[in-house]
Design a binder for this molecule. Structure first.
Ligand code: NAG
Ligand code: NAG
Ligand code: NAG
Ligand code: NAG
Ligand code: NAG
Ligand code: NAG
Length: 617
């Protein structure tokens, strides 16, 4: 944003509006001491589009008669966070271009919606009344003229019900967002549909105290109302996971009233759902996204997902599932499910046929469970498989699960034999990304052709020291012509065998940091014609010859921090090479550090040492 168009006067203890260039477009006056806004408070500013007067620190704010008459071009007005605001009936008069009005945390009760304050705001799209003391939602007749009003935010108020004609002045409207979260909704069965002739983009009724019965009655009354996205997070009164509270889990009847609502997504995350009973979601024949994260789900009954014939995304992460039974997912075989997220449960067993017939599944996340083997199944479309943080010892059977995988995350498991792994992964030619970080890889007896089209391979945090002992498996990377990133960081490597990186013609990034390499073989980087980023950080190297970098014609970033280089005039060659090849060093300001070999044995910068001690430099 152009600075001359913005006046930032926030937090400057102003009691009146300071003098500003009248041609500015944005005036920020948050955190000052204004206590009244009268029609003379703001100077004539015809270009002003955005005005924020949030969080004045004086304790109360009076907004007087035609307070904004001099800034009639405003499209955005923020009065939020003023705790105790009093409005003159014509406070907002004349703001016909205003699109966004923020009145959150202003101490208003329901009268703010009932006294025609907004009648001139013909362009209004968004009205934020969150965090006030509103107890009922009955917008006055002037709302009929606000034809563009689409985002109505009423979070954190005290609304107990919306009933019958309450919203009659919004009829004929599509509301993109009606946020009624964190209110006191407790539905009464005498209410009729408040959303007659209103369609809803997102209806957020999260964090309300009602129970399953009341919610059911509410939904029954809504029959036929279009609700594209329904959010019911943090519904503490729903779900049986705390038996002693005698609360009930959701049933098919809970949502049956929404059968004709064309609901596309349902979010019931962060609740106390415990069991998913048969047909529980049958009220949502059009549902494509179902989010049930962070509940206490222990059991999915036979047919729980029946009639979700359009479902594409199912997120069951952070629940208490211990087994994945065939019956649980069977009813999804007729749906176009693409993404199944089962991360962070306790799944130790996946039944034989649980993962078959999901012919459209592309993304399966089983991270952070208790699996001891690759689950059986057949998922022909699967592309991304996340198996990180389990207890898997080998990859047997993975090629049966899917032959078309491109991304496999196997990090933080108990894999130990790299050679064996290569045999198994060699059967998945489509693999391009492989994460084997934090396993126990420490063995490799024979080299096999592995996943030959890999582009990124993370082998960090393993115990590779013994892998290349005795000349075994030196060719493990040789066929990886397309590999661009190889991470061998923190692998306890004490030596690199000659020719280890041979054939890696596409390699761009090589991370050898945090190993135990005291030196590098002379030809180690031969043929790495594409390498531009190399890290040797944190290895105990006492000297380093520039000739090993000679083959790296494209080298651009080199990390030589935390080595054990000893200050010596022979390192002049390294310094010269670095300068003449314009290689950027990580943390280049300090240059390369080295340790003095004479008292005080401290660390100094190599270039300083060379200048002060070496004649030819
Ligand atoms: C400005 O406000 C004062 C009261 O504060 C009122 O008497 C006056 O009529 C208002 N002027 C206009 C132009 O609305
Ligand atoms: C709000 O401000 C008015 C005017 O300063 C004052 O009379 C009233 O007591 C305040 N109300 C609260 C709840 O602080
Ligand atoms: C619904 O609203 C539209 C648009 O304002 C109007 O034409 C229609 O008559 C209304 N229908 C009912 C049943 O009120
Ligand atoms: C998966 O791979 C197999 C064998 O390579 C191939 O025949 C099949 O068409 C692929 N399926 C999909 C959905 O891409
Ligand atoms: C591999 O997994 C580890 C552990 O989950 C993670 O920290 C790392 O970023 C992953 N590597 C890549 C390249 O995504
Ligand atoms: C290699 O892995 C280590 C440890 O997981 C990580 O800190 C580092 O950023 C990775 N290097 C690259 C180039 O991704």
């Amino acid at each position: 944003m152009n600075f001359r168009l913005v006046a930032n006067c926030q937090g400057q203890s102003h009691k009146t509006v300071p003098e500003v260039d009248p041609s500015i477009q944005v005036l920020l006056l948050n955190f000052n001491l204004l206590s009244t806004i009268l029609n003379s408070t703001l100077p004539q500013m015809d270009s002003l589009k955005m005005l924020s007067l949030g969080k004045q620190l004086g304790g109360s704010l009076y907004v007087g008669e035609r307070a904004f008459q001099n800034v009639a071009s405003l499209t955005f007005l923020d009065l939020g966070g003023n705790m105790n605001v009093t409005l003159h009936p014509t406070a907002f008069a004349g703001l016909t271009k205003l699109e966004v009005l923020l009145l959150d945390v202003n101490g208003f009760d329901e009268k703010v919606l009932e006294r025609r304050y907004f009648q001139d705001l013909l362009s209004l799209k968004r009205l934020d009344l969150s965090g006030n003391h509103i107890q009922r939602l009955r917008p006055d007749p002037t709302f009929q003229q606000l034809g563009r009003l689409s985002f109505l935010q009423l979070k954190l108020n005290r609304i107990e019900k919306i009933c019958g004609d309450d919203l009659q002045n919004l009829r004929g409207r599509h509301l993109s967002l009606l946020d009624l979260s964190s209110n006191r909704l407790l539905y009464r069965d005498t209410c009729t549909n408040p959303f007659q002739n209103i369609t809803l983009g997102t209806l957020d009724i999260s964090s309300n105290p009602w129970n399953v019965m009341q919610v059911e009655q509410f939904f029954t009354s809504l029959s036929g109302t279009q609700i594209k996205n329904l959010k019911m997070q943090h519904s503490g009164g729903i779900g049986s996971s705390f038996g002693f509270r005698n609360l009930k889990d959701i049933l098919a009847s809970t949502f049956s009233g929404l059968h004709d609502s064309s609901t596309f997504s349902l979010d019931m995350s962060h609740g106390f759902l415990n069991e998913l009973v048969p047909s529980v979601f049958s009220g949502f024949p059009d549902l494509q996204v179902l989010l049930l994260r962070s509940n206490q789900i222990t059991e999915i009954h036979d047919g729980a997902f029946i009639s979700l014939n359009q479902l594409r995304v199912l997120d069951l992460s952070n629940n208490l599932l211990g087994e994945l039974y065939t019956k649980a997912l069977q009813s999804l075989r007729s749906s176009p499910l693409q993404s199944l997220i089962l991360k962070s449960n306790h799944i130790g067993t996946v039944q034989q046929d649980a993962l078959i017939g999901l012919d459209f599944l592309q993304f399966l996340d089983l991270q952070d469970n208790a699996l001891s083997q690759v689950p059986k199944g057949k998922l022909s479309s699967l592309r991304h498989l996340m198996l990180g943080q389990n207890r898997i010892r080998d990859a047997w059977g993975i090629e049966h699960l899917s032959q078309n995988l491109t991304h496999l995350d196997f990090s933080s498991n108990r894999l130990s034999d790299l050679g064996q792994l290569w045999v198994q992964l060699g059967k998945i030619p489509s693999l391009v990304f492989l994460n084997l970080s934090s396993n126990h890889l420490s063995r490799c007896f024979r080299v096999h052709e592995g996943p030959r089209y890999l582009r990124e391979l993370d082998l960090s945090h393993n115990s590779l020291a013994d892998v290349w002992k005795g000349g075994k498996c030196v060719g493990i990377f040789h066929h990886l012509e397309r590999l661009t990133v190889l991470n061998l960081s923190a692998g306890s490597l004490r030596a690199l065998p000659e020719g280890l990186f041979q054939g890696l013609v596409s390699l761009q990034t090589l991370d050898l940091s945090e190993n135990l390499l005291p030196l590098l073989p002379e030809d180690v980087f031969l043929g790495l014609q594409s390498l531009h980023t190399l890290s040797l950080r944190g290895n105990p190297m006492m000297t380093l010859s520039p000739s090993i970098f000679q083959p790296l014609v494209l080298l651009w970033t080199l990390d030589l921090q935390e080595l054990a280089l000893l200050c010596h005039c022979e390192l002049a060659g390294l310094q010269t090479w670095l300068q003449s090849n314009s290689v950027a060093l990580k943390r280049s300001v300090a240059g390369i550090p080295c340790f003095l070999t004479t008292p005080p044995f401290t660390q100094v910068s190599l270039s300083w040492f060379l200048h002060s001690n070496c004649n030819e430099w």
